[in-house]
Design a protein around this ligand. Structure first.
Ligand SMILES: *[C@@H]1O[C@H](CO)[C@@H](O)[C@H](O)[C@H]1NC(C)=O
Ligand SMILES: *[C@@H]1O[C@H](CO)[C@@H](O)[C@H](O)[C@H]1NC(C)=O
Ligand SMILES: *[C@@H]1O[C@H](CO)[C@@H](O)[C@H](O)[C@H]1NC(C)=O
Ligand SMILES: *[C@@H]1O[C@H](CO)[C@@H](O)[C@H](O)[C@H]1NC(C)=O
Ligand SMILES: *[C@@H]1O[C@H](CO)[C@@H](O)[C@H](O)[C@H]1NC(C)=O
Length: 342
């Protein structure tokens, strides 16, 4: 008897702390399970309610004692979620990701992922994958994801795009690889012909050679802020006859060359106006990068001073209104007091 009590006393707390059940927050879309806080390490006993096809796990809107922590996204966690088709798991400290083959949409941006396991598996269904702002150093895992249409790999630490890693992605349409500061060349031959949108903004491309390359669907190309010394627009327009927008500003190209590039783009109806407000006019007025940044800094400082002035005016206005109210109240009290005394 005593032995039994000791047994319960000893093991029950352990059992209850190990098995954690998560509930979804109230949300009007029935297929979506939103969770603000989750903690998972491989081997943890964890469970979720059944019947949800989409999981949204991200930072809570208000402060909490602890933030979410999911170091590994593995098979066991996916099974516990009842194999949803869509998972957004943002800012949970994810380090390792084992992609489930049945997943259609995965947003694992803003984590610390340095490895993605797509080995020993085939037939990945995923069409949308966002791994931006992580710590990826290589992108070999990508070649297995043959159904991808949108791939976000921006803001990582990727150094090279290995040969033929992209050529298997025959459905790829949007490819983002901006701010991977070390990438110095693109295997243009491997870029799938289905590609519509390419973003290589802020990498370390030293040259772009498009001889014999054909990208018939390409409408958008961004290779701003690389280290290009020359660029042949005629070649680009031949390779991508349906191009609509091209962002090519590279400070090393110099003003004269940039002016020629803009003239040729204009003549071919290709837009190059910067989508970013801070440098809205630099692509038009051929301002080199430095000039654009300095004018931006000047701009923002004048914006701040304007804000301060406005704030000041509002403050003064408030003080005036407050004084008026005080005066009015004082007058009213005074009048009533006189009437009372009379
Ligand atoms: C990758 O995933 C497969 C199948 O899920 C597993 O067998 C393998 O051990 C994993 N590899 C690594 C390096 O984790
Ligand atoms: C960019 O490329 C240049 C020339 O190839 C090289 O000297 C430089 O170290 C590279 N920068 C980075 C951040 O890799
Ligand atoms: C382009 O194709 C032609 C003909 O096939 C070939 O002779 C040439 O070497 C190719 N150029 C490049 C840069 O691949
Ligand atoms: C740009 O490429 C076109 C077409 O291949 C070629 O005729 C032209 O000479 C090139 N321009 C420069 C400046 O290399
Ligand atoms: C550019 O657009 C104008 C007006 O739509 C058109 O007349 C012209 O032929 C176009 N030029 C090219 C090179 O497509």
């Amino acid at each position: 008897m005593l032995c039994w009590q000791i047994y319960i006393w000893f093991f029950l707390p352990i059992a209850t702390t190990v098995a954690v059940h998560y509930e979804c927050l109230p949300y009007p879309v029935r297929s979506v399970c939103k969770i603000e806080h989750i903690s998972y390490h491989p081997g943890d006993q964890i469970s979720f309610p059944a019947g949800y096809q989409q999981y949204h796990i991200r930072l809570p809107k208000s402060m909490r004692k602890t933030s979410s922590r999911v170091t590994h996204f593995d098979h066991q966690l996916y099974e516990a979620m009842h194999r949803p088709t869509s998972i957004e798991m943002i800012r949970v400290g994810l380090k390792e990701l084992s992609l489930p083959t049945k997943l259609l949409l995965g947003d694992f941006s803003n984590n610390e992922i340095d490895s993605v396991n797509t080995t020993n598996e085939d037939n990945f269904h995923i069409t949308y994958l966002d791994l931006s702002s992580n710590k990826l150093r290589n992108m070999n895992f990508v070649s297995a994801l043959v159904n991808l249409e949108i791939l976000h790999l921006g803001f990582n630490l990727i150094k090279v795009i290995p040969n033929s890693v992209l050529s298997t992605l025959t459905k790829l349409k949007y490819f983002y690889l901006q701010h991977n500061y070390f990438i110095s060349s693109i295997p243009w031959n491997d870029i799938p012909r289905s590609t519509i949108h390419l973003d290589f903004n802020t990498n370390n491309l030293t040259e772009v050679v498009l001889t014999n390359i054909s990208l018939p669907s390409l409408e958008y190309l961004n290779i701003r802020h690389n280290t290009l010394l020359k660029f042949n627009v005629t070649e680009l327009l031949r390779a991508a006859p349906n191009l609509k927008e091209a962002y090519l500003l590279n400070s090393d190209l110099g003003e004269i060359q940039m002016r020629k590039i803009y003239a040729e783009l204009t003549a071919n109806n290709v837009t190059f106006k910067s989508p970013f407000k801070e440098c809205e006019y630099d692509e038009e007025s051929d301002m080199p990068y430095e000039a654009c940044m300095t004018s931006y800094q000047k701009d923002s400082s004048s914006k701040i001073s304007l804000q301060t002035v406005l704030l000041y005016l509002v403050l003064v206005g408030n003080v005036v209104v407050f004084m008026c109210i005080v005066l009015l109240v004082f007058k009213l009290i005074n009048r009533n007091l006189i009437r009372y005394l009379q």
